[in-house]
Design a protein around this ligand. Sequence first.
Ligand SMILES: [Fe+2]
Ligand SMILES: [Fe+2]
Length: 237
Amino acid sequence: MSNIKVMKNIRSQLIIFHETAHAELASALEMLAACKATKKPNQAFGYFMHAKDEYSHAKCFFKMLSSRGEKSSVEIAREFRFAAPSLIKKGYISNNGFLIENMTLKDFIAFVYTNELLAKSSFEKILKLVGPNTEEGLKISNIMADELRHHGMAKKYFLNHYPALQPWQLMIYRTKETIHNKGRKIYDANLKFLERILTPIYKGMAYLAGVLASKLDLDEFKREGKNLLNISSKSIL
Ligand SMILES: [Fe+2]
Ligand SMILES: [Fe+2]
């Protein structure tokens, strides 16, 4: 593979691991928030263990991200450095608060149920990318097993508490979430597109401001020895 192709390949992998690590960390935070919000000790324990799993998934993906960052140029690696506010900027955590604060418990569990399944299917693609028999592949297989376990727990809870809910209703939840996930990717792509358009404009404006400032006679701004009462009210001094 040519050098440019290798770099392009690493870059596309960086994007995948960067996004996945964000998603996993956001899940951990959502689970902790749910743990804090519940009054039932059993539920709190379940959420806490789930959060623990998601933290360890995030840690795995951050590790895979950094091993690829080490092979990239400093500029590219810097682009994929983690900053906590990007969890909100990228739409993994809502600006309006955690899911448990904005959803009914029923919707929240349905959300977990569908998302765990969606997570598992997106990890299948990553598994193909790294190779199932590699060290990373093994870690991803373990993560997939965790996600299936989470999905099973949510399903069990759901069937116990809302037995009247039909499988087709859960299908609707799943479709809604798939659309939401796609929407987030489009939003993120739009943000990057806007950044590409607006950055040269900002830089151009900053340059113009610099040119204007260099043309100003700064002596006019000196107040020493001037009677300030004699200065016109329209003056910028
Ligand atoms: Fe996870
Ligand atoms: Fe999970």
